[in-house]
Design a protein around this ligand. Sequence first.
Ligand code: PLP
Length: 337
Amino acid sequence: MTAAAPVVKSASESRVGESICDCVGNTPVVALRRLFPDPGVEVVAKLELMNPGGSMKDRSARYIVESGLRDGTIPAGGTLVESSSGNFGIALAMAARVHGLRFTCVVDPKTTTANLALLRHLGADVHVVDEVDEAGGYLLSRIRRVHELLAGMPGAVWINQYANDRNWQAYYHGTGAELAEQLAEPPTVLFGAVSTTGSVLGCARRLRERFPDLRVVAVDAVGSVIFGGRPGRRDIPGIGSSRVPELCRPEEIDQVVYVDDVDAALGCRELLAAEGIFAGGSTGSVVAAIRRTLPVLPRPCRVVAIFPDRGDRYLDLVYDDDWLAAARARRDRETDD
Ligand SMILES: Cc1ncc(COP(=O)(O)O)c(C=O)c1O
């Protein structure tokens, strides 16, 4: 698998950045010895949550925007359209602002008030879709709205992160390339939470060039259909999908671990208590997946985990005791059925 040459300069190559976009990347890697003290297994985390917009999605947004402006597929001063209610929308709004582009973001009623406010303050033109689609969710309605908007905005560009090769390439040149330099010893296994699958595939492709024996574990949400799972309710945003992304390549994934909302929240809380790392829901899913897989990992073993975003956007979800109690009660009811 080949990827186009990187178009962005890393922040470390220049001491003064041109914009907030130059602060994307160069995230640290830390050992999690307090959380995983097993002497036979070293677990390290790539703190993508330290990106300036709050998540790893800063990488794909910046890469897609800057590559597009460079090759003309995004016209200067043009308009971007995307359906996203979370991190990617915020990251795109940031990149659009810096590069003088207009951004129309299609969201649904599940978008948090904090994210709506952030998007609007970043200058995005926010369209809320409130009709439930034939699949019982909002995704298909959101895509329909994107097509309607595009029809009325000649020259506007649909980013479409689920099918855009520049999504995985951003992580191949970014997170994956950095990890290949940062890891002194060959990693045994990579754990990454999935939605579009761009980040895990980009990292895996880059790391496997240097470490061909690397195993790749995709951490998905219970209720997500990416790898053929049964669709169901999921309340934690960021992880999982109700459609199969065009980018998805199951043959490049060695194992899929499914984590539900309750275990994800417990993983977040465990991580905060043991390591002082305040992270979002999908990071909790990754922690829970590592915990579950630990007994069957070979010894010695080096685990690399990607931690996608910070905890602030989840204060009303995974860090809220009432939310957790309700999620637990729902899970208990479903188990009894
Ligand atoms: C918090 C969080 N974790 C994980 C993911 C999954 O990343 P990807 O879309 O690259 O599979 C996303 C994607 O939006 C995310 O926002």
